[in-house]
Design a protein around this ligand. Sequence first.
Ligand code: ATP
Length: 331
Amino acid sequence: MKTITVFKGDGIGPEITDAVLEILKAAKAPLDYEIFRVGEAEYEENGALIPEKAFASFERNKILLKSPITTPVGKGFRSLNVTLREKYDLYANIRPAKSNAAVVTPFKDVDIVTFRENTEDLYVGVEEQIDAGTVHATKIITRRASTRIIADAFAYARAQGRKKVTCVHKANILKKSDGLFLSVFREIAENYPDIEADDKIVDNVCMQLVMRPQQFDIMVMPNLYGDIVSDLTSGLIGGLGLLPSSNLGKDYAMFEAVHGSAPDIAGKNIANPTALLWSACMMLEHLGELDVAAKIRRAVDQVLAEGSCKTPDIGGKATTAEYCSQIIGRF
Ligand code: ATP
């Protein structure tokens, strides 16, 4: 049995976490859980968004399944997601977007994995008021951070039998910063003659993604483009409710849905737990529990393919609880 840490966050966080834990238990995932409330409610009651004992649990267990957390606006908080990524050096954000035949979108056969650098770029949060009408924001790109994310993207491509890695950048304008990212990409690509390597400018990528998304396989890019482009890829496959992610570092791993806390639908029992559930599958695969992950993925595919039990975000009328019990019924 492996013990993992679970953060229940804000908005739809608690309800999708409960659904996912119920499914993991029903699938007999060999896991024990240390579960913590984090986020706004925890802050209001105890004065910290993430309690110390929750951090300590993650530091012990090294694996975190995290639901969305709202960072209170206007109270001077740094984003909790950014804080966690920095504190535990979770440098590789991996976001697989794969079409599911049962979820109808105008885009078919999309199968794209985005590797987003997670620790630098404009996310370093360095902004400077120059004068009343001028603000500067700092974009940081380093050889070290670029090398590890790009190397991971190529290693993943080879391990998974994928064909191509595309570097996404704006090096025509940001000649030094994105220029460095691109030159590191070209250096590393030389070690992978078996994998096609190409690069594209980010605005062109956005256009190409909606014209012919099937041309993309693995994409690797700096932090901000990764944030935006991967949301775009979620739109190609049916929305944020279907996009899982892993955040990997050398010592720690965190698994979370890409979407936010969706306060507009919180507490209504209509949230789609699939993105968090697939994140949990990525976690099981990371832990070597391939059979349990495959069992859950199969059950989800069956329920979606059968068609009568879908949550409203993907065109159905089912509640979170109904969808969850349909999945459990397939084990
Ligand atoms: P954040 O700033 O934290 O990303 P946001 O409000 O910009 O938050 P989301 O919380 O991801 O973005 O929500 C965007 C839209 O997608 C909302 O309308 C929300 O209801 C919907 N949405 C997000 N996640 C889900 C989900 N799991 N199931 C159904 N709808 C979802």
